[in-house]
Write a protein that binds this ligand. Structure first.
Ligand SMILES: Cc1ncc(COP(=O)(O)O)c(C=O)c1O
Length: 388
């Protein structure tokens, strides 16, 4: 039933072998920089590649400061702490996300509140956020947002740019400003994506990235915090054991974290970042071809929201039913073409099922229907055999 799609995917990747959902590619100076790092002996958490990776990423995204971390989850945890999230407080997020988004909230001993996503972005809906706030929260005389029912503080909002597609940031920034919520963007999947010409991860107080092996740019494992200069300096301090600068004394002025990215991983990151524009172009071209191939197929291809330039990290389709979704997953995986359903809603996981929530109708609907298709960057010489 999905033979034409399977054939199309094989033509893009020019192989009869197993096709993964997303495999990293290393066609640039990765080997050279890694060998250079080994030869320098600076393989651990201090080194020139860490500094360069941070500088280059700040320049690329337009953030005032970028701070490298050991992974994206650590970046999120530190970002939430820096946004002032304290034990017992609430952070509003989307229930349709990867579990790391919520786990970072839990690491702060805070609690997630789940609101719905928008159909066009698959990410946190500003109107769902506002509806929940109107129904459940109040703005007190001290300017803080608190839960009507028990006075708990609602500190922050943590949207996630699903599969690289930016959420409606203008409206979200506005709702967060009016309700005095710190906006922290989980941009783990959206490096290279633009909203009205500006990089995701740079709209909130802080933003975070992931460089896990399945992301558009990989350091093996790694992450980044994007912030202004002052919060960036705080982020560096907090993620490097809170050690005060001193030539030889060990003075730590708070309980910090060892969330540093090793120089060896940063070397890989510097080489990957040199090619990021090409990776984004490759993915956008692949998405264009998926869109054209799937037109009229009965599977709705997920396109970038209007006003956005998405990195199309993972291509996705919306099936017309759970039955069609299951048939697609079976047909492709049986034939060695990896596809995957979207995550289970966080509210369906026992660890988060008792958290506060708004209406989640769109997230529930999408959970039953969305499937990711193979999305790896194509090798430079792998021009597709068919153009649409
Ligand atoms: C949405 C989202 N948030 C956070 C993370 C966590 O990143 P990491 O795996 O680098 O810890 C990931 C990916 O892994 C992700 O997809």
């Amino acid at each position: 039933m999905f033979d034409a799609l399977i054939r199309f995917i094989r033509e893009q990747y020019r192989t009869d072998e197993f096709i993964p959902l997303h495999a990293p590619v290393f066609p640039g100076r990765e080997r050279e920089y890694v060998v250079q790092t080994i030869e320098s002996t600076f393989v651990s958490s201090v080194g020139t590649f860490v500094d360069r990776f941070e500088r280059d990423m700040a320049a690329y995204t337009g953030a005032q400061r970028a701070v490298a971390t050991v992974n994206g989850t650590a970046a999120l945890h530190a970002a939430l702490l820096l946004a002032g999230v304290k034990p017992g407080e609430l952070v509003v997020t989307q229930s349709l996300t990867f579990v790391a988004t919520c786990n970072a909230i839990a690491y702060c001993h805070a609690e997630p509140v789940f609101v719905d996503v928008d159909r066009d972005t698959l990410g946190l809906s500003p109107s769902a956020l506002e509806a929940w706030l109107d129904a459940s929260a109040r703005l007190d005389a001290d300017g803080m947002c608190r839960l009507k029912q028990d006075g708990r503080l609602v500190r922050a909002c943590l949207p996630m740019h699903t599969f690289g597609h930016p959420v409606h940031l203008d409206r979200l920034v506005d709702v967060c400003r009016r309700w005095n919520l710190a906006l922290v963007e989980d941009a783990a999947e959206s490096l290279g994506s633009l909203y009205h010409g500006k990089h995701t991860g740079t709209f909130g107080l802080l933003g975070t990235l992931s460089f896990n092996g399945n992301k558009i740019l990989t350091t093996g494992g790694g992450g980044m915090i994007l912030a202004d200069a002052a919060l960036g300096a705080r982020a560096k301090h907090l993620t490097t054991t809170a050690k005060k600068p001193h030539p030889y004394e060990f003075v730590h002025d708070e309980v910090g974290y060892n969330y540093r990215l090793p120089n060896l991983n940063a070397a890989l990151g510097c080489a990957q970042l040199e090619q990021l524009d090409r990776f984004v172009e490759s993915k956008r071209a692949l998405a264009e071809r998926y869109g054209a191939h799937l037109a009229g197929s009965g599977l709705e291809f997920v396109r970038e929201p209007s006003g956005c330039r998405s990195n199309y990290w993972l291509n996705a389709v919306v099936c017309d039913s759970r039955e069609q979704r299951d048939a697609l997953l079976r047909a492709t995986n049986d034939k060695g073409v990896m596809t995957r359903p979207i995550w289970q809603l966080m509210t369906h996981l026992p660890i988060y099922e008792n958290c506060l929530r708004g209406d989640l109708a769109t997230a529930e609907w999408l959970e039953a229907r969305v499937v990711n298709l193979p999305s790896s960057v194509l090798p430079v010489d792998a021009t597709p055999l068919v153009s649409s």
